[in-house]
Design a protein. Structure first.
Length: 148
């Protein structure tokens, strides 16, 4: 076998080994993540009755021995605080929508003020360029959302 052929063959074998080990390592990492996932019931709370592998992340209070009364009290605290957290998220969504509306209005106002700096023919061109820019940005945003 010629020296160049041996080098190519050796390179191909090494590349195949590296590729194969990467696949095996990725599979092992994925299977660990899957088995560490917590089983949750409809309320989003962990199901204490399963024999699944422990979650990757647990609550600190779970490291303590607890009575059933303590578990019930903790569950009630979590449930009531979850309601408060959900309300906080709803409030944030309203505030964010108001922010976005104000932001969009300010951008539109700024663009219009800039457009008025130009004579009518250039103003039309400026608005056309803005429309193209907005269209490209929306396409990019949609493409990013499709990848998620």
């Amino acid at each position: 076998m010629e020296h160049g052929s041996r080098t190519k063959l050796l390179s191909a074998v090494v590349l195949a080994l590296v590729f194969g080990s990467g696949i095996l390592l990725g599979y092992a990492a994925d299977s660990n993540v899957v088995t560490a996932a917590a089983v949750e019931d409809a309320t989003g709370e962990p199901d204490r009755g399963t024999t699944e592998a422990p979650r990757a992340r647990s609550f600190v209070y779970e490291q303590l021995e607890r009575t059933s009364e303590q578990d019930a009290a903790i569950d009630e605290i979590i449930r009531s605080h979850r309601e408060l957290m959900n309300q906080l998220h709803r409030d944030f969504d309203v505030a964010q929508a108001r922010y976005e509306a104000n932001f969009d209005a300010l951008v539109a106002e700024t663009r219009e003020a800039i457009a008025l700096v130009f004579p009518p023919d250039r103003r039309a061109e400026y608005r056309h360029l803005l429309a193209e820019f907005d269209s490209r940005r929306e396409e990019d945003r949609a493409a990013r959302n499709d990848r998620k």
